[in-house]
Structures are given as C-alpha cells and as structure tokens.
Write a protein that binds this ligand. Sequence first.
Ligand code: HEC
Ligand code: HEC
Ligand code: HEC
Ligand code: HEC
Ligand code: HEC
Ligand code: HEC
Ligand code: HEC
Ligand code: HEC
Ligand code: HEC
Length: 421
Amino acid sequence: MVKKSIIVSLMILFINSYLALANNNCSKCHKNTHLNGKHRDIGCIPCHPKTEKHYSNIFTFNNNNCLNCHKEYENIKNSVMHTRIKEKYQVEKIFYKYDKNFFNKNCAKSCHINSCLDCHEYNTKKHDIDLPQTETCLKCHNGYFVGTDYVGLGIKDDHERYQIGKKLHDKYYLSMLKDIHYEKGLKCNNCHDMISLSKGDIATKRCNECHTINTDIIEHSINAHIEKMECYACHSSWAPMEFGTFFIQFINSKNKKYFRWLTEKNDEYVKSSYFITNSEPLLAKNKKDKYSPVRPQFIYFFTKIVNNVPVGKENKLLAANWKTFFPHTIRKETVLCANCHFNPKKYVLQKDKDRIFLPEKEGLELTNFYNSKNQNIINGKFVTEKEFNEKIKISTKKYKRLYLKKINELYNVLNLIDKNQ
Ligand code: HEC
Ligand code: HEC
Ligand code: HEC
Ligand code: HEC
Ligand code: HEC
Ligand code: HEC
Ligand code: HEC
Ligand code: HEC
Ligand code: HEC
C-alpha cells in the first residue's frame, strides 16, 4: 500500500518538476518575461505556440493565439476597423472609372486594425497586455476621422504654411474646446467597450444611460427637441469640416514639383482642400430620422496630368457626399434658438446671394457648398426647403413665449453677474 502512494507521489513530483522545467526552459534564457495581471497563470505557450524554429511571436488576427481563448470577440475580424469595407466601397465607386488602383495608392496604407495589439498595446515592463487608453485610439482616430476632436484638436489645411502649432502623430492641429467628458476624465472606453466594438455597434453607452433630462431647461422642455433631435445636435460645440478635396494625379510630369507644399499622398498624387473649418455643426436627418450634425465626407475634385498636360476636365467633380455623424465635442452651452430656427445655412440651405465663396468663378461645378442642391448624404437626408419653412422657421405663440423666457433667463444671468462685480 505504502509503495503505491510513494510511486504516485513520485509521479506527481516528476510531472511537476517536468512542468517546472518546461517553464524554466523559457525563463532560463528569457529574463523579465514573468507575467503579471490576468494572464499570470496561463503559461507561455498559449500565446507563443511552438513553431518549427522556436516559438511564435506573431499576434495578427489570422494567427488566432489571442482569439483561441477570447472566442467571444471573434467577430472583431469582421469589424469595419479591420475590413474597411464601407470606406473601400465609397472610394472605389467614385474613383474606379478614373484610377482602378486609387484605394491602394491613397488609402491602403492608412490605419486599420489587424491585431489585438493595435488597441491592447504590449507593455514590455509588465510583459502584459494593456487596456486601451484614449491615446491608443487616437493613433488611428485622428485628422478627419472622429477622435482628435474629443481631446480638443481641430484640423488644418494641407499647405505647409499651416504646419505649425500642436502636433500629434505627425499631424498639426488647431487648439479647440475639449469635450466635457474628456475634461472630466472619461476615456473612449467609457462609451465604446470590447463587446460593442467586436459586435460592430457604433457605441455601447448612449447619453441617456448616464444622464437624466433636466426639463427645467427651456430647450429640454420642448418635446420635439428631445424626440426628434440627437442630444448632440445641440450639445456638439464644434465640428471639423472639409469642403472640397482636390486630388491631382501626376503621370510622368515634372511639374508636380510646383505642388510640393501640399500633402504628398504618394509618388503620384497630391491632395489639397478648398476650405477647412472647425465651426458650429450643420444639421440634417440621420438614418433614425433624427436631426444630427452632418458634414462633407467626400467632396472630391479630380485632375489628371500626363506629360505635364491635364487630361480631360480639370477639377472634375466626382462626388459630393455628406455624412451625418457625431462630433465628439460635447459642451453644456448650446447655440441660441434663432440660430437654429431662422438660419437656413444651418440645414445646408443657404441662398446663393448669401454666399461668400464663389466656386463657379474658379471653374468648379459646385456653386454653393452650403446648399444641398446636387449634393447627397450617404446615411440620412438633407432637410428640404419645405420642411424648413413649415417645421423649423416657426413663429408660433409657443415659440415666441419660450424664446422670450429664454432671453429673460439670460438677462437675469447678466444681472446676476453685474451684481456680483
Ligand atoms: C536556450 C535558450 C532559450 C530558451 C530555453 C527559450 N528561448 Fe525563446 N529565444 C531565445 C533566443 C536566443 C531568442 C532570440 C532573441 C532575440 O532575437 O532577441 C528567442 C526568442 C524568442 C521569442 C521572440 C521571437 C521573435 O520572433 O521575435 C519568443 C516569443 C520566445 N523566444 C519565446 C520562448 C518561449 C515561450 C520559451 C519557452 C517555452 C522560450 N522562448 C525558450 C532563446 C531561448
Ligand atoms: C497573453 C499572452 C502572452 C503570454 C501568456 C506570454 N506572452 Fe510573451 N509576448 C506577448 C506579446 C503580445 C508580446 C509582444 C509581441 C510584439 O510586440 O509583437 C510578447 C513578447 C515576448 C517576447 C519577445 C521579447 C519581448 O519581451 O519583447 C518574449 C521573449 C516572450 N514574449 C516570452 C514569453 C514567455 C517566456 C512567456 C511565459 C513566461 C510569455 N512570453 C507569455 C504575449 C504573451
Ligand atoms: C490561454 C488563454 C488566453 C490567451 C491565449 C489569451 N488570454 Fe487574455 N485572458 C485570459 C483570461 C483567463 C483572462 C482573465 C479573464 C477574467 O478575469 O475575466 C484574460 C484577460 C484578458 C484581458 C483583460 C485584462 C484586464 O486587465 O482586465 C485582455 C485585454 C486580454 N485578456 C487580451 C488578450 C490578448 C490581446 C491576447 C493575445 C495576445 C490574450 N488575451 C491571450 C485568457 C487568455
Ligand atoms: C479597436 C480597439 C480594440 C481592439 C482591436 C481589441 N480590443 Fe479588446 N478592448 C478594447 C476596449 C476599448 C476595451 C475596454 C477596456 C476598458 O474597459 O477599459 C477592451 C477590453 C478587452 C477585454 C477585457 C474586458 C472585457 O470586456 O472582456 C478583453 C478580454 C479584450 N479586450 C480582448 C481582446 C482581444 C482578444 C482582441 C483581439 C481579438 C481585442 N481585444 C482587440 C478595444 C479593443
Ligand atoms: C489601428 C487603427 C485603429 C485603432 C487603434 C482604433 N480604430 Fe476605430 N476604426 C478604425 C477604422 C479603419 C475604422 C473604420 C472607418 C470607416 O469605416 O470609415 C474604425 C471605426 C471605428 C468606429 C465606428 C465603427 C462603425 O461601425 O462605424 C468606432 C466606434 C471606433 N472605431 C472606435 C475605436 C475606439 C474606441 C478605439 C480605441 C479603443 C479605436 N477605435 C481604435 C481604426 C482604428
Ligand atoms: C458613461 C457615462 C456618460 C455618457 C454615456 C455621457 N455622459 Fe455626459 N457626462 C458624464 C459625466 C461623468 C459628466 C461630468 C459630470 C460632472 O462633472 O458634473 C458629463 C457631463 C456632461 C455635460 C456637462 C454637464 C455640466 O453640468 O456641465 C453635458 C452637456 C453632457 N455630459 C452631455 C452628454 C451627451 C449629449 C451625451 C451623449 C452624446 C453624454 N453626455 C453621454 C457622463 C456621461
Ligand atoms: C434643443 C437643444 C438641446 C437638446 C436637443 C438637448 N439639450 Fe441638453 N441642454 C441644452 C441647453 C440650452 C442646456 C443648458 C445650458 C446652460 O445652462 O448653459 C442644456 C443642459 C444640459 C445638461 C447640463 C446639466 C443640467 O441639467 O443642467 C445636460 C447633462 C444635458 N443638457 C444633456 C442632454 C441630453 C442627454 C440630451 C438628449 C436627451 C440633451 N441634453 C438634449 C440644450 C439641449
Ligand atoms: C460620452 C460617450 C462617448 C465617448 C467618451 C466617446 N464616444 Fe465615440 N461615440 C459615442 C456615441 C453615442 C456614438 C454613436 C453616435 C450615433 O450613432 O448616434 C459614437 C460614435 C463614434 C464613432 C462613429 C463616428 C460617426 O458618427 O461616424 C467613432 C469613430 C467613435 N465614436 C470613436 C470614439 C473615440 C476614438 C473616442 C475617444 C477619443 C470616443 N469615440 C469617445 C459616444 C462616445
Ligand atoms: C440646435 C438647433 C435648435 C435650437 C438651439 C433650438 N431649436 Fe427648437 N427645434 C429645432 C428643431 C430641429 C425642431 C424640430 C423641427 C421638426 O419638427 O422637424 C425644433 C422644434 C421647436 C419647436 C416646435 C415644437 C412643437 O411643439 O412643434 C419649438 C416651439 C421650438 N423648437 C422652440 C425653440 C426655442 C424657444 C428655442 C430656444 C430656447 C429652440 N427651439 C432652440 C432646433 C433647435
């Protein structure tokens, strides 16, 4: 009897020391690779499977070594962050006729996720995987791509003379008001978590999951505002907007050098914009039929130059596509009533006589960037002239009464300030 248990004990001892040896096997040669955090007990092999030569150190989605355990997030492989299908589809539809390889030349190299480590950065010191910080998301979510607005960075023109000021990831920015949530210490993660990102949902946490509506506020007391508008139609303080993007393709043309102060996309292309603003958002209706901020996604003009001579029309308008979106620039203060109710430009309905830009004088096919005529929205619809006149430009008793109440409130605030001074 005794003998048997000794044998079992010896066997256990043997197995244990074998396992210890196997682990020592790594640490004998690899210092500082002990694991902390949640992966402490899983050993080395699940993440670094054996290869012919040694042990793997590759963590792309295809490799699956993270997904083997975290199967619930498998679907992140189908996310637009990885596939970029939305972008590809738009770009190819527009440029295919002119340059079949436009996407590969101009877009393929830019950011997309290919590995868990793109967001969960590897921390050398701890030898562990970090949870993403806001900064991690901004590696890709910058420039004309929702993200840097959250931390108060506005976009700039491509011309080299604007390349001064605040710099992040090799791009220069304008200092703008930060999102209140950023100021209060909220990260992207507070509203976008792993479950929603891998499911392909745009966000986990909506405004009303953290806030209750204070109906003492005049604007909040109007049902139409709460029912028909996204909260951020009022509370987005500014939005980066690019009106008109010029792509010039040079083939066998030395005169490309005269465009050297613009962004060099690659050997063939330069890019520039008609104008850029970081200003009060414009409004349209999104897919949920709610009023939402909207901005030009791609208003593309294209010129092809071969042997230093333009081929076909210069600055040909290829698309005038807009997109409803959520600028991450939330502040408490909003614009005043009249700015929304008596301002056609807010709904991209500016009259030609009120323009300051005259693009047709420069040979462009679009006469007014701030008028939705001949432009379209890829994920919603513009407010029509009729809707504006009937539903928004209202001088009802209710409107006037509430407007006066608002003015009165502001007046009281002013009095209070005066008294305190
Ligand atoms: C006999 C010494 C030795 C042992 C034991 C050993 N390694 Fe290595 N390993 C090396 C050397 C040498 C390199 C190359 C180092 C370098 O390039 O910096 C390396 C590289 C690696 C790399 C990086 C590979 C790359 O492509 O960059 C990983 C991951 C790795 N080892 C994992 C392991 C794991 C896991 C174990 C244990 C199961 C282990 N190693 C055991 C010597 C060893
Ligand atoms: C949760 C997964 C995970 C586990 C478990 C894990 N590693 Fe790593 N390891 C990584 C990641 C991620 C990297 C960084 C890869 C990169 O930068 O491309 C890495 C890098 C390494 C490297 C390359 C050198 C370095 O530190 O940059 C070595 C060597 C290594 N690991 C050894 C080990 C050993 C030994 C163990 C077991 C004690 C282990 N790893 C356990 C994920 C893991
Ligand atoms: C052998 C299985 C296994 C592998 C392989 C593995 N994990 Fe984990 N991971 C776990 C377990 C278990 C936990 C802890 C879960 C818990 O506590 O709910 C965890 C937790 C995490 C966490 C949360 C950490 C925290 O501090 O809350 C992250 C992020 C993570 N893993 C990412 C990765 C990534 C990225 C890889 C690939 C480099 C990877 N995991 C590979 C099993 C694994
Ligand atoms: C686009 C960025 C992004 C990518 C890519 C990404 N994650 Fe995450 N992950 C997050 C965010 C954001 C969180 C939430 C962090 C927090 O709660 O602070 C998170 C949390 C986690 C957690 C812990 C919390 C939980 O909800 O279980 C695990 C585990 C995890 N990720 C695994 C993975 C694995 C495995 C991969 C690769 C297949 C991956 N992640 C790729 C952004 C990403
Ligand atoms: C390596 C690059 C990269 C990183 C890092 C990254 N993203 Fe993305 N993200 C993308 C790309 C590419 C898209 C798709 C853009 C498109 O389709 O127009 C995207 C889209 C999104 C979307 C919209 C999804 C949809 O269905 O439309 C959200 C939300 C998002 N990212 C959040 C995050 C958050 C939060 C982080 C940080 C935890 C993060 N991303 C980190 C590249 C990245
Ligand atoms: C994850 C929870 C969360 C979500 C989701 C959220 N908020 Fe907040 N919000 C906060 C916190 C926390 C503060 C800071 C509160 C404070 O310090 O008084 C804040 C502050 C604000 C403020 C400023 C309040 C003040 O008194 O100055 C406004 C306005 C606001 N949020 C609007 C929104 C809108 C609009 C949305 C949806 C786009 C939203 N929030 C989504 C948590 C959240
Ligand atoms: C029609 C415009 C409008 C809409 C739509 C709107 N708000 Fe407001 N909101 C305001 C105004 C105006 C204030 C008060 C600003 C001030 O006091 O300076 C305010 C104040 C707030 C505050 C500050 C805290 C407080 O109670 O004093 C929060 C939080 C807030 N709104 C959240 C929301 C959320 C969540 C939604 C969507 C359900 C929303 N708002 C929709 C105009 C709007
Ligand atoms: C207070 C909550 C909150 C925070 C913090 C937040 N987001 Fe969002 N985000 C949202 C909501 C809500 C939406 C979806 C809006 C909608 O569809 O109505 C969204 C949408 C997006 C989108 C899709 C943009 C579009 O409308 O096309 C991207 C990309 C994104 N967020 C990235 C980020 C990044 C990167 C960060 C950090 C820099 C971040 N978000 C921080 C709530 C938040
Ligand atoms: C950010 C833009 C915006 C601001 C600021 C704003 N409104 Fe509105 N308001 C709208 C929109 C859009 C509608 C809905 C039109 C529709 O029905 O389609 C609306 C609807 C209304 C209605 C109609 C409600 C009904 O019962 O039919 C009244 C009244 C009104 N607003 C009054 C005001 C007053 C007073 C203020 C200032 C205290 C104000 N609004 C501020 C955009 C705004």
